[in-house]
Design a protein around this ligand. Structure first.
Ligand code: IPM
Ligand code: MG
Length: 347
């Protein structure tokens, strides 16, 4: 069992360190952790945010535990050298097309939600976001027009094959949960979404036991704050999923609690907290490592088949929260290491 650990930028190293402590505490026989450089720190060291040796380490591993990338000092670099290209490159190069982003309110944290507690308490949803296509990876560019002003473009597209495999991932996920799948698109305006919707409907024939619905993304954004408890699994494209998953995190209370899995065909996956590098609090020991610890739990479950150990970690985090262990993101005073320690003790 070889896990690549790519801590990255900002708070990435701090939160990843705590998740690694938790993984090591399980004493799994044959577990090997290999580090690699990604993001702005990799650019500074190797001249590229995703150096070839990092990609090799990734390919030679069973799963990746990822911290965060992003660094204001790199924002003026050419786009292909910016820190974000590390995560986008890993997703594309390794065929990590299915992004699972669960959002559930932990008992006792209802008051931290941006929504009323009784609305927040009902949230238990999973966003299944497509990661390899859409406007993220289409033809893009900036041109200067004859009048000297600029025009930028990013091409949005989805092929039936791309939609089919993420639709299957959505239906399969719905089967293991509440049996409801909501496909989110913008089929009233976009041709890309028309192909998306038609394809999802075709795939639905294989899943008569799953209740399928469709929603335009603007309505979905509204329903996510109006009655988030009515969602079970949401399947959507790369851009809409990016936006809706950040929104879902605030419905839950803190972006510091949300884990994610990015899966390839088979068991290989990359696991990362959905928060970013948070440069404003980096290096201060203030970041909440729970999202990364919960990502490590998802890694054990999805890539290594260790359901029991995954559930133990999740229970330890929940119990720490119940006992009042709170990071600054939840109005508390526990620092990164103290939260890691609290989870370890309960494990
Ligand atoms: C995410 C992030 C990334 C994305 C960035 C860092 C490229 O926002 O994982 O949601 O847009 O996918
Ligand atoms: Mg995002």
């Amino acid at each position: 069992m070889k896990i690549a650990v790519f801590a990255g930028d900002g708070i990435g190293p701090e939160v990843t360190e705590q998740a690694v402590r938790v993984l090591q505490a399980l004493g799994l026989p044959g577990l090997e952790l290999v580090e690699g450089d990604v993001g702005g720190m990799a650019y500074r060291k190797h001249g590229h945010p995703l150096p070839p040796e990092t990609l090799e380490t990734a390919r030679a591993s069973d799963a990746i535990l990822f911290g965060a990338v992003g660094d204001f000092d790199c924002d003026n670099l050419e786009r292909h050298l910016r820190p974000e290209q590390a995560i986008l490159g890993l997703r594309k190069e390794l065929g990590l097309f299915a992004n699972l982003r669960p959002a559930k309110v932990f008992a006792g944290l209802e008051d931290f939600s941006a929504l009323r507690p009784e609305v927040a308490g009902a949230i238990d949803l999973l966003i299944v976001r497509e990661l390899n296509g859409d406007v993220y990876f289409g033809d893009k560019g900036i041109e200067t027009l004859p009048d000297g002003t600029r025009r930028g473009w990013d091409m949005m597209s989805y092929s039936e094959a791309e939609v089919r495999r993420i639709a299957h991932a959505g239906f399969r996920a719905a089967r293991t949960r509440g049996g409801k799948l909501c496909s989110v698109d913008k089929a009233n305006v976009l041709e890309t979404s028309q192909v998306w919707r038609d394809t999802v409907i075709a795939v639905a024939a294989d899943y008569p036991d799953v209740e399928l619905s469709h929603m335009y993304v603007d309505n979905a954004a509204m329903q996510l704050v109006r009655s988030p408890g009515s969602f079970d699994v949401i399947v959507t494209g790369n851009l809409f999923g990016d936006i809706l998953s950040d929104q879902a995190s605030m419905c839950v209370g803190s972006i510091g609690l949300l884990a994610s899995a990015s899966l390839a065909e088979g068991s290989f996956g990359l696991y990362e907290p959905i928060h970013g590098s948070a440069p404003d609090i980096a290096g201060k020991g203030l970041a909440n490592p729970m999202a990364t610890i919960l990502s490590a739990a998802m890694l054990l479950r999805h890539s290594l088949g260790l359901e029991e150990q995954a559930a133990r970690i999740e229970a330890a985090v929940a119990s720490a929260l119940t006992d009042g262990v709170r990071g600054g993101d939840l109005g508390g005073s526990h620092g990164t290491a103290a939260i890691g320690q609290a989870v370890l003790e309960r494990l």
